[in-house]
Design a protein around this ligand. Structure first.
Ligand SMILES: [Fe+2]
Ligand SMILES: [Fe+2]
Ligand SMILES: [Fe+2]
Length: 280
């Protein structure tokens, strides 16, 4: 199999990891705080590591990690139904990885896919147990139908955070500047936290988070990446500042201010890296 075909297969796997991450996070957010939400989020974190490994190999092979989202099953009204759908998603991943392990001969890639497959097998077992656990614990969908201006601000913010997570991850995979890579990875993790805080706030405030993204910047030159990243950070720092003034709820106000200050920190960090990159 030629490199191009391998990259295509790995990108399909990567897209499905992306789909799984969002499906599991959505379920975790909708359950609110608690052991099962934590466990589900833990599985999402495993999938993030898988996505990361796949992206690194794709770049090593000379490809670009896909930004498309793969298979998902967001159906189901109850927690046991969701957990059943998560079992189903793992089944899909297990058969795809088994197939790709057969098709790809490169020993290093084969080994990595087998390693991921082991995780997926254990996720499947975990979700199967969670179907039963969700039934006995009587866990419920905690999301509501709140749709006021605060809910709309939260929706915007969640969508923004999701988009920059993808953007900074893409940039971190594609840059050849080690410091930029490090910082982009770090700030992507911070943006992921923002997404989680906002989504949890949405659920506890009686809303239902919509986890959708818009097209991220896909610059391939480090200075272009950093300029795009700084530009978006400046815009959103402004917007969070505005939002913090518009809400009356003290918790929400504090959250917006905290995120705003994180975004300001990102601006400074990216500016430093950009300056060094331009003076190289
Ligand atoms: Fe995975
Ligand atoms: Fe999995
Ligand atoms: Fe953020």
């Amino acid at each position: 199999m030629d490199k191009k075909k391998i990259i295509e297969l790995l990108n399909l796997d990567l897209q499905d990891e992306h789909g799984a991450i969002i499906q599991y996070l959505s379920h975790a957010y909708a359950m609110g705080e608690g052991e099962m939400a934590c466990e589900t989020e833990g599985v999402a974190r495993d999938e993030m590591r898988h996505l990361d490994w796949l992206a690194e190999i794709i770049v090593e092979l000379g490809g670009q990690p896909s930004l498309k989202r793969g298979k998902q099953n967001m159906a189901g009204k109850t927690v046991p139904e969701w957990m059943g759908n998560d079992v189903g998603l793992e089944d899909g991943a297990i058969s795809a990885y088994k197939q790709h392990i057969k098709l790809i001969y490169d020993p290093k890639i084969k080994r990595l896919l087998k390693h991921i497959l082991d995780d997926e097998l254990s996720h499947r077992v975990k979700f199967e147990h969670m179907v039963e656990k969700a039934k006995t614990q009587g866990l419920k969908d905690l999301r509501g139908s709140r749709n006021d201006s605060t809910a709309r601000t939260l929706d915007w913010a969640i969508g923004h955070e999701y988009t920059v997570v993808l953007q900074y991850m893409f940039h971190s995979y594609m840059t050849k500047n080690a410091e930029a890579k490090n910082q982009l990875e770090d700030q992507a993790i911070n943006e992921m936290q923002h997404m989680g805080w906002l989504a949890e706030e949405m659920v506890s405030g009686g809303g239902s988070p919509v986890i959708e993204y818009t097209t991220p910047d896909q610059s391939l030159k480090t200075p272009d990446m950093l300029k795009a990243d700084i530009k978006i950070e400046k815009e959103v720092a402004e917007r969070y500042d505005q939002a913090s003034k518009e809400v009356n709820d003290e918790t929400l106000k504090a959250l917006f201010i905290r995120i705003r200050d994180n975004e300001k920190y990102h601006i400074e960090v990216f500016n430093d890296v950009l300056k060094k990159e331009e003076n190289r």
